[in-house]
Structure formats: C-alpha cells, structure tokens
Design a protein around this ligand. Structure first.
Ligand code: GCO
Length: 264
C-alpha cells in the first residue's frame, strides 16, 4: 500500500526539546504514524509535565534529562537511550532558544548562547547519533529545525539567524557526508507559527502580528500541527532520495516580495 511509505511503525524517534510547541506537535505527528518517542529537556519539571501531556494523548514517551550542548552528557544519553529504549532511527534536532536583542545592544555571550544551543547542539546530537546509525548499517533520518531565519534576516534576531543559517548549511554537509550510509539529513523551515515562542511578537496588538498576516500569502500564522506532514515525510521512506533539503512550511512567505497594504 502506498501509505506504507509514510509508516514509522517499529522506528524510534528522538525529538530534542519536544516538551512544548512545535517540537511536541512534530513528536505527536511521528507517533501518529507508529514511531516510538524519546524526548529530552534540561529542566526536570518541564520534562515531567510533558511526559504527562503525551500520556494524555495516549503516547508513552521516554524522557531523558540532558543538555544537547554538553558533548559528554549528550554522548552518554544517546548510549543510554539506545540501551534502555531502542536504536535511534530518526533524530529531530528541535531544541532551540531565541534571544531578541538589537544587534548594537547584543553582547557576545548572548550571541554565543544562541549559537551553542541552536547550532552546536544539533552538531553534537547528529555527530553521535549518526555514528551509531553508521555502525548499524541500516540508514537513518536526521531532521534539523531550521527557520525563516535560515534565509532572511530580521531586526533583533542576529544570533538566531546566524545559527539557523548555519544549521541549513550543516544540514547540507551532513547530507553530503552521510548519504552514502543511507542516512538522509534534511531540514524543516517553519514560517511564523502561533506558539509560546512567538507570543511576545504576536498577541496584545503587537504590530508584528499584522505585518506577518500581510506578509504571508496564506494570510495567517501557522498552527503547530501543520508541521506534522513535513516531519512525517522527512522521517519516512517517502523521502529516501531527498538529501540536504530544507522544506519550508511558511504559508508562502519565501515565495513572495509581499504586497502593498492596499492590495488584496
Ligand atoms: C522571530 C520569530 C521567528 C520564528 C521562526 C520563523 O522572532 O522572528 O521567533 O524566529 O519563530 O523561527 O521561522
């Protein structure tokens, strides 16, 4: 059956930072087509709360406490996960932070913090998960959560844009070096989605809300579950010949220069 192309039964997915927002939506999508779920966080309370929320969805998620920027901790956690749960077939590098600070006010520490979580973290996780995928010889999937900021700049998000631009190129390099092991590395580039991460620039009459609605051909913010199809595609056999691609789920923003406010 053609649907089997998208079936993840028997596969184990590690979705980093999937205790809320887009990561949780993606994780629910992958489990919805049969994947076993592993998540991580650095905060025990957030991890415990998320495990409970997944259970309410009927999902038995395994949770691990570790920091994706801590190479030794990440390497050890990956080993433990593969011993206690199962080999990781699908890695979604979702854990990330953003700091919205005007460039001329940003300190190097702020910049380094964002690069560390949003770019070095995916490097570290991909490095040690891919090593085991290669050793098993059964291929695998790596999905990096890129961003509109992988392509475009915006006021106050210089560190985040640098990290997400770098993550796009890391994705292409992972594809280059891992494709021969039947490991496909790709990215998902969300447009603007209605999540806690964007609440500060979306609600309470913030002018950015109207800007995004006008700038997005679909004329609205995305809803987290609208990323599930892209994640299932890139995590499944359906994308076995897709390498180094960033799939933008953005309501059309990247397709257009935008339109004057007096045009429909
Ligand atoms: C911002 C937003 C964006 C989105 C997303 C877009 O401040 O511009 O937070 O970064 O969250 O990353 O793809």
């Amino acid at each position: 059956m053609i649907q089997e192309l998208f079936d993840l039964s028997g596969k184990t997915a590690l979705v980093t930072g999937a205790t809320h927002g887009l990561g949780m939506a993606i994780a629910r999508g992958l489990t919805g087509v049969g994947a076993r779920l592993v998540i991580n966080d650095i905060f025990p309370d957030k991890l415990e709360k998320a495990i409970g929320e997944y259970k309410a969805y009927g999902i038995d998620a395994a949770g691990y406490l570790f920091d994706v920027t801590d190479e030794e901790a990440a390497k050890s956690a990956i080993q433990t996960i593969e011993e206690e749960v199962a080999p990781i077939d699908i890695l979604v590098n979702n854990a990330g932070i953003i700091k919205r600070i005007p460039f001329l006010e940003m300190e190097a520490k702020d910049f380094r913090d964002v690069i560390d979580v949003d770019l070095s973290g995916p490097f570290i996780m991909s490095r040690y998960v891919a090593e085991k995928m290669v050793a098993r010889g059964q291929g695998g999937k790596i999905i990096n959560m890129c961003s509109m900021m992988s392509e475009l700049g915006r006021n106050t998000v210089s560190a985040y844009a640098a990290a997400k631009g770098g993550l796009k190129m890391l994705t292409r390099n992972l594809a280059t070096e891992l494709a021969k092991y039947n490991i496909q590395a790709n990215g998902i580039g969300p447009g603007y989605f209605a999540t806690a991460q964007t609440e500060a620039i979306r609600v309470g009459g913030h002018p950015f809300n109207e800007f995004i609605i006008n700038r997005t051909p679909a004329g609205r913010w995305g809803q987290p579950d609208e990323l599930q199809g892209a994640a299932i595609f890139l995590a499944s056999r359906a994308s076995d010949f897709v390498n180094g691609h960033v799939l933008y789920v953005d309501g059309g923003i990247l397709a257009t220069i935008g339109k004057p406010s007096n045009e429909d």
